[in-house]
Write a protein that binds this ligand. Sequence first.
Ligand SMILES: [Zn+2]
Ligand SMILES: [Zn+2]
Length: 242
Amino acid sequence: MTQEALEREFPYRYETHCHCCWCSACAMSEPQEMARAYWQQGYAGMVLTDHFLLGNTAVDRRLPWEEKVQRYWEAYLAAKTWGDAHGFSVFFGLEHQYGGGKEVLTYGVDLEFLLSHRDLHLLPLSEYAALVHEAGGFLSMAHPFRDRPYIDRTIQPQPEFLDGAEVFNYFNRPPENQRAAQFAREHHLLPTSGGDVHRADDPAIGMAGVALRRPAGSIQELTAAWKAGDYRLIIQGELKEP
Ligand SMILES: [Zn+2]
Ligand SMILES: [Zn+2]
């Protein structure tokens, strides 16, 4: 199928992996600025996946649990309020670091879930994954084979706790993404693509994510399309078969 035909069939683009400065210490832009940037690129929506409390969070770790998780929800609501006024969908997610710089993208949980699982971020991945799955959530390993000094390479991805794996991360090197694609195939994980964008003026905006046939009204509809295999990956801005 030609790229034009694919784009006609899967016109609704969603970023699956981005950050804002309210909750990610490494991010530069406000949540509303991130939403505007994707909207300007013609995206139908985005999932805000800020670094959770064991990762590079911008949230003060000394705050009580309720206040800490409320900060994540407030950033999401700020982006969502902007989105609602512009016909752009914003969904809630997290990028949870579970040790050694290894991270899982977490979709389909909400504030109530976070409030009822105090110190969730300190659990081993097996227990974290069990709680997320019990709540109907979806886990995709972020940049599984990224090779950087801050990541402990001796910690291997644990496919038994995952639903998906990011086979295209805009900031990974091609061999790292190729290894991730192979890993996803071997373990029957659903491939996802993410920009991992930390600023609203980043050229990565528009280069990654997933495309759907129909708009997703909720994060559950987005992950349901993944589970049904009814989506395309956005890789360097082009649509590809998952
Ligand atoms: Zn970051
Ligand atoms: Zn990230």
